[in-house]
Design a binder for this molecule. Sequence first.
Ligand SMILES: Nc1ncnc2c1ncn2[C@@H]1O[C@H](COP(=O)(O)OP(=O)(O)OP(=O)(O)O)[C@@H](O)[C@H]1O
Ligand SMILES: [Mg+2]
Length: 410
Amino acid sequence: MSKKSNYIVGLDIGTTKICCIIGEVIDDEKIDIIGLGQYPSKGLRKGVVVNIDSTVESIKNAVEEAELMAGCEIDSVYVGIAGGHINSLNSHGIIAVKGREIDQKDVDRVIEAAKAIAIPLDREVIHVLPQEYIVDNQDGIKTPLGMAGVRLEAKVHIVTAAVTSAQNIVKCVNKAGLGVSDIVLEQLASSESVLSQDERELGVAMIDIGGGTSDLAIFYQGAIKHTSVLTIAGAQMTNDIAIGLRTPNAEAEKIKHSFGCAYSPIISEGDNIEVPSVGGRESRTVPRQILSEIIEARTREMFELLDHDINESGYREIISSGIVLTGGAASMQGMAELAEDVFQSPVRVGIPMGLGGLIDVVNNPMYATCTGLIQYGSKRVKTGPIRELQGRNLFDKIFSRMKDWADEFF
Ligand SMILES: Nc1ncnc2c1ncn2[C@@H]1O[C@H](COP(=O)(O)OP(=O)(O)OP(=O)(O)O)[C@@H](O)[C@H]1O
Ligand SMILES: [Mg+2]
């Protein structure tokens, strides 16, 4: 008898695009990508929902496309969260072990103790990520279960978000007819997809450069040490091109995709591009060097701010395996070269890995968050069988969607 299929779904509500990827869990180790749907996102600014209706519409479109591709219907999703409102800090807790050896209850209690920090009412904790446990002064323990000891300490990384921003994400997903399995910090999701275990152990900084935010996460000894979100990303580069080359925003975006380069020294001399003008004026020929200098100025500023953040975090010395860039803007030519120049560390561009099935479809850094949400979800083992989109169920589905529309009207 064939094994009952389980599905995990990632929904990345990005500033540029909303993306839904369906993964099928084959066994504990293997997940196959079976569907992807994507739709432009218009209801977000700098990673935060600012227009619920437009976001719900985009979610519905992306989900429908993914469902059709996968031939199944989904109930709930793992959804990402980002934006300037995200804060993070390291904390630690201590408890006395009750029995002779440490059990799950002790671990839960020590995590609770570490969570006991003063958080303003308008913020909520979205992650408590254990870094290491210390049993009777012995540090560096990853799983203390079953160990003998009298005193248990936990070092954790706590991520908090503005209550309203998190609520708006859940609201959008629910209004699109789906449940939320979990809200996951976007760089935590991306890191599941693009970092190797060796890099996490040795020390690495991952930067996800999207449209509205650039998200940083630092890992060392397999645990997350520092996270931060910067609100400079691809959209600002497009804006700079539009102003610098006096061209409409949509044209600037096209030019960036086709000819953009973040490191001007690698542009050969005499390389020219055609730039459409505004107000029906004739298009002009501009050296590609100029375009590259505009992009480089903004990208360098962004990397310098991130470099400053890494230095301030105190983890500069531990990132021995260097920097991994991901997110849509990381696919631009010259990104790795410029980053190496600023960070003075080895840099690579990370694409989703560790998945099977339709991997060619997600073979781009812009899908790192969405595929990572699936990988994060699979580790949390919250899978559930879902109904096949066939025959009567297809009719039921259309009927239930129509009923939802009716509910919205009356
Ligand atoms: N080939 C490319 N060259 C240059 N820029 C690119 C390329 N592909 C994508 N981008 C840029 O990447 C950005 C989108 O990246 P991504 O899809 O990761 O963003 P997002 O997840 O929607 O946004 P965010 O994570 O900030 O909310 C856009 O600014 C886009 O212009
Ligand atoms: Mg993103």
